[in-house]
Write a protein that binds this ligand. Structure first.
Ligand SMILES: C[S@@+](CC[C@H](N)C(=O)[O-])C[C@H]1O[C@@H](n2cnc3c(N)ncnc32)[C@H](O)[C@@H]1O
Length: 414
């Protein structure tokens, strides 16, 4: 089990992590700290799961786009990146934790010269609740980058709890009024309070990423309903799991409630992903933005990691999309295994799902894919449409001439 999945992850009274860790100075890069853990089952460092490695590639790819887009814009005086559940900065076999590659990639960015990196313009905030992990993070960062005070960007590392300490930190660093990208990588722990999410959503050009482990909501609904109230913005905004539902259905319902909370907070586009790893535990992720350009950039980053090492990000609605398409079409298109030209089932399912509701133009389908599905981009629309037309599954009204953006499509009668 991943150590931080313990929901009793409170700081132990009287625990002195300093007794277990090497002090920040003097540790050569790459040297492991002793097993500086509170207990064997909840160590300071843990092994890097494949799903986490893929998530890191996604963060890195998105940050590579986010920093230059925001910092090259004349409208933004400054930007703030937040990693509210920063971790110890290192995994068991020495792999980088998220704060390390975020700083390193920014300092080595190919567009660095055009970003005008200064301590006033760029702030990176890292919060970690566990003292031993906070100390390890500080140690790892200073080993890697030297004194943080001398970096050309403002790196703030604090021991503290995201739900309590993040807002005061953002106030102290004058983050409001300029773009904030906040990552809440809590996974198995208390997530971001809805009121904080709302403040970020209402701030200009700001975005969030929230991750969850499997069954996160179900584990909290019985023993800690108040925590869920804080996360959803009130008891009326979430409903208890249906005991007769399958685990997958329960998850989809929770995710729907959560996406609604993200919309209510003020984000126009909540994208939900499920990172399916060949091995290890899956990871769920919600990205919230108010800008179509944010959706595009995040998806582009996602395609960078998709398919890598047996990892695939997928939309939790996939099952629904496929199921409904399969019910409509028997024998199913989805049985067409071995056809190398067949686009992805999920892509086809989404196009059919939209056309089940009403006829739509090529442009409307493209926009739906781009803004309403986490996986697919506008550029995928024609591929799917052509395939479904060739199969006789969808028809074009007023056929003839080239397929254009305004060509109207509808489902063929089954
Ligand atoms: C999923 S791990 C973070 C991994 C890290 N972001 C990375 O990708 O390398 C979650 C971290 O959050 C810390 N944590 C747990 N509860 C917290 C809280 N309320 N506020 C801040 N950090 C917390 C845990 O100690 C753990 O190190």
């Amino acid at each position: 089990m991943t150590p931080y999945m313990d929901d009793s992850d409170e700081l132990l009274p009287g625990f002195d992590a300093r007794a277990y860790v090497v002090p920040p100075q003097g540790r050569p890069v790459g040297t492991k700290l002793s097993p500086s853990s509170r207990s064997a089952s909840d160590p300071t460092l843990w092994a890097l799961e494949p799903a986490t490695a893929a998530k890191h590639r996604l963060y890195a790819a998105y940050l590579d786009a986010w920093f230059p887009i925001l910092l090259q814009s004349p409208w933004n005086e400054k930007v703030t990146y937040v990693d509210a559940f920063a971790g110890p900065g290192e995994y068991l076999d020495g792999e980088d934790g998220s704060p390390v590659f975020a700083i390193r990639n920014l300092l080595n960015h190919s567009a660095r010269d055009s970003m005008n990196l200064t301590r006033d313009r760029v702030t990176l905030v890292f919060l970690e609740a566990r003292e031993d992990r906070y100390l390890h993070l500080m140690d790892r960062l200073t080993s890697e980058f030297g004194s943080l005070d001398e970096l050309p960007i403002n790196v703030v590392v604090e021991e503290g709890r995201a739900e309590r300490d993040l807002m005061p930190l953002l106030n102290a660093h004058r983050a409001w009024g300029s773009p904030i990208l906040a990552v809440f990588d809590s996974w198995g722990n208390v997530s971001v309070p809805w009121t904080d999410m709302r403040r970020i959503a209402l701030n200009p050009s700001s975005e969030i990423v929230v991750t969850f482990g499997p069954n996160w909501f179900s584990r909290f609904e019985g023993p800690k309903p108040d925590d869920l109230d804080a996360v959803f913005g009130g008891r009326e905004f979430w409903s208890r799991s249906d005991p007769d539902a399958t685990a997958n259905e329960r998850w989809e319902n929770w995710l729907l409630d959560y996406k609604n909370a993200v919309i209510r907070a003020g984000f126009t586009y909540p994208l939900a992903f499920e990172a399916l790893a060949k091995t290890g535990i899956p990871l769920y992720m919600v990205f919230g933005t108010r800008h179509p350009s944010g959706v595009k950039a995040f998806k582009r980053a996602k395609w960078v990691v998709d398919g890598d090492e047996g990892m695939r990000f997928s939309d939790p609605r996939t099952t629904a999309a496929r199921k409904s398409a399969e019910t409509l079409w028997q024998p199913s298109l989805f049985d067409a295994f071995g056809d190398p030209n067949k686009p992805d089932d999920e892509l086809l399912g989404f196009v059919m799902l939209l056309l089940q509701q009403k006829p739509a133009t090529v442009d409307e389908i493209a926009e739906f894919l781009e803004l309403d599905t986490p996986q697919w981009m506008a550029s995928h629309a024609r591929l799917a449409i052509r395939y479904l037309m060739d199969e006789g599954v969808i028809l074009r009204e007023n056929s003839g001439g080239r397929l254009t953006g305004s060509s109207l499509l509808r489902l063929a009668a089954p």
